[in-house]
Design a protein around this ligand. Structure first.
Ligand SMILES: Nc1ncnc2c1ncn2[C@@H]1O[C@H](COP(=O)(O)OP(=O)(O)OP(=O)(O)O)[C@@H](O)[C@H]1O
Ligand SMILES: [Mg+2]
Length: 318
């Protein structure tokens, strides 16, 4: 139990007739970046609020860093940082004042507050604007400040609800680097809610997919591809002008379920296959047809493909 940053059993929360979180049993390991995915209204933010003790559960158990957030709220909050969906910053105050108040609130030792605030503003690229009122900040700057605030008291566990929403590509990359850094170098745990599947694929070892409050899948992207029985895909680089002949040659192979050809500058053939034996069979057939093959590139099933397949399977178009 102690090695798990988060553990829930049968966690349930209703709002009137809506079951926002439905019998959720989940384990997040210490030090991992765990992706929490799901379409709008799937129950992600409600789960974060339950794990933070901001919201009471209707049923089930929660352990966060070994504590029950419903009864040990202060212990949990002292060791967790939260970036909420709509972070509240005091727009009448400067960034430095916003962070200083928060540092005091979260028990950063008084002698360390100034140093810590300046360092985090530097890290998040806000040092030069730290003395300006937050009301004059752009959306991306506010998001960066809110993130800085979540990191300020060096929490062991970070809840980040859509951390890159509203950020430009460069700032997004910086946030990704930061998340990787705190996880890999500092051993902190990150619970990451995101709609950005590329982000999840890049950062997360494991992801959970939520649908109508229920967890419909959990594991590494590789595990999930396997669970949904995703077909394997291979791209073959072939000689230009041979795509027609190549397509005819592989069409007859029973284990090849579909063929896409591209006639662009680099002629390519992408095979969707149900069995990897299709690869040598295809190479033999292509060789016999005089098609020259320069490379065979296995294509990983993307998290986006997996997500869409899970969503369709659940008839989840709510
Ligand atoms: N305070 C509340 N009062 C009533 N219903 C709520 C409340 N909070 C959440 N819900 C409902 O619970 C369900 C889950 O909402 P939640 O905000 O957890 O989803 P989400 O996965 O975070 O969605 P999004 O991707 O849009 O942020 C929704 O049907 C939502 O309307
Ligand atoms: Mg949400």
């Amino acid at each position: 139990m102690a090695s798990h940053a988060i553990e829930t059993h049968g966690l349930t929360r209703r709002f009137g007739a809506t079951t926002a979180v439905d019998d959720l049993s989940l384990t997040v390991e210490t030090g991992e970046v765990f992706g929490f995915l799901g379409h709008n209204g799937a129950g992600k933010t409600t789960t974060v609020r339950l794990l933070n003790g901001v919201l009471a559960a209707d049923g089930g158990q929660i352990r966060v860093l070994g504590h029950d957030p419903a009864t040990d709220g202060p212990q949990v909050r002292a060791r967790t940082g939260v970036l909420t969906e709509t972070p509240s910053l005091d727009e009448r105050l400067t960034a430095i004042d916003n962070l200083t108040i928060y540092a005091d609130l979260y028990g950063v030792p008084t002698g360390q507050v100034n140093g810590r605030v300046n360092a985090i503003l530097e890290t998040f690229g806000l040092a030069e604007r730290g003395r300006e009122k937050v009301g004059g900040y752009s959306k991306g700057m506010k998001q960066r400040l809110a993130l800085a605030r979540a990191f300020l008291h060096e929490p062991d566990l970070l809840f980040l609800d859509e951390p890159t929403s509203g950020l430009d590509p460069v700032a997004t990359q910086e946030v990704h680097d930061m998340i990787r850094h705190v996880s890999r170098e500092e051993g902190r745990t990150v619970f990451l809610c995101t709609h950005n599947l590329v982000e999840a694929q890049r950062l997360c070892k494991r992801v959970a997919v939520m649908e109508h409050g229920q967890m419909v899948a959990v594991g590494t992207p590789h595990d999930l591809a396997h669970q949904i029985g995703a077909d394997m895909r291979y791209t073959l680089e072939i000689a230009p002008d041979q795509t027609g002949a190549a397509r005819d040659a592989v069409k007859a192979i029973a284990t090849v379920s579909s063929v896409e050809a591209s006639d662009a500058e680099d002629a390519e053939l992408t095979l969707t296959v149900s069995d990897r034996e299709a690869v040598p069979d295809a190479l033999a057939a292509l060789g016999a047809a005089g098609v020259r093959v320069y490379a065979v590139i296995p294509q990983q099933t993307s998290l986006e493909d997996i997500y869409m397949a899970l969503h369709q399977r659940k008839g989840g178009a709510s």
